[in-house]
Design a protein around this ligand. Sequence first.
Ligand code: ATP
Length: 380
Amino acid sequence: MAEICLSNINKVYGDSFHAIRNLTFDIKDGEFLVFVGPSGCGKSTALRMIAGLESISSGELRIGDRLVNHVDPKDRDIAMVFQSYALYPHKTVRENIAFPLRMAKLPKREIDRRVEEAARILELTPHLDRKPGRLSGGQRQRVAMGRAIVRKPAAFLMDEPLSNLDAKLRVQMRAEISRLQKELGVTTIYVTHDQVEAMTMGDRVAVLKGGVLQQIDTPKNLYDRPVNAFVAAFIGSPSMNLYGAALSGEELRLGSQVIRLPGEVFAARPALRSSDERPVVVGIRPEDFDDASIAPASAEIQAPVTLVEGLGAETMVHLAIDAPWVDAGDPDAIAEIGHQRSAVGRFSPKTAVRIGDRARVALNAANLHFFDPETRTSIW
Ligand code: ATP
């Protein structure tokens, strides 16, 4: 078991492509940490540097109390699980799981004991003498996990291990991996681009963008207290709705509507108070909208309905709010404020609103998020 410490880690590919910038954080012994972010943000690069499959351009990496920047991958005491599983098709499940132990030249009795223990934990015992070709995707994934756990490594590193599975199996396997990790108590770093996977599996989640760590926090804090508009929009599905707005005293002007903000909004966010009118980016989570005729709230707006999607347990209602939509993609690009886009509201399934209605929409104003329009950082 081990703590993993990254201190000012950088990765530069070629002469100048900075794939990872000053990555600094500690992963606690036994912790499940998830790296998440959009394609190309540097998740795999960061993981591969920790594994030793990619060199570190600068900075220090420690596993336990050892500086491992120049230690060979096989001597780092970690086990990797890839999305491709990388199983040997001509070997049985037993031989596949035993492989790393055979390479380490463990005695046969010890190998048998560990393989059988892993098979029991992973419910693979009935399949030990089969070849991978005769297993389902989920079973193959478990064999790959088995090969990682028999080594009793200090840490597991997993790179999108579920991306080859169908949606239902992913949900099942994600619960299995979480359970297994808790049972074994092994420090784990897990890479995914799927924010639901990140939120459900991680003790903490590290959100990366453009090679830069945006926030490392518990899933709840990422959701409730995102540091900037990028994290706010990346975490949560459907995404947070972001609009350019103006704040004047206790009134928020959102397009043609004026919303009076309750005092608790300012109590929780002292930096929001200002005597002059100031531009802000306001963030509204889909669940903070509802049908005002069913669920009255502290504030109400009116908006034309552009689409209604009934999902059974909830109804997604798209609302044409006449304020400029803000793209969270790039905090540096102020020019991205501007185009119109419907907001998504997660309404009660009892709603009777229809396309073309001008709906009375309840807004849970106490839960609004506010961002600086220039830096896109959260205002607290
Ligand atoms: P994905 O989710 O698409 O796998 P990722 O977040 O894992 O993306 P990385 O694979 O870490 O992203 O890549 C980060 C950036 O570094 C990308 O812009 C990628 O093009 C670049 N990159 C990765 N490997 C190399 C390489 N060997 N040489 C040059 N650039 C690279």
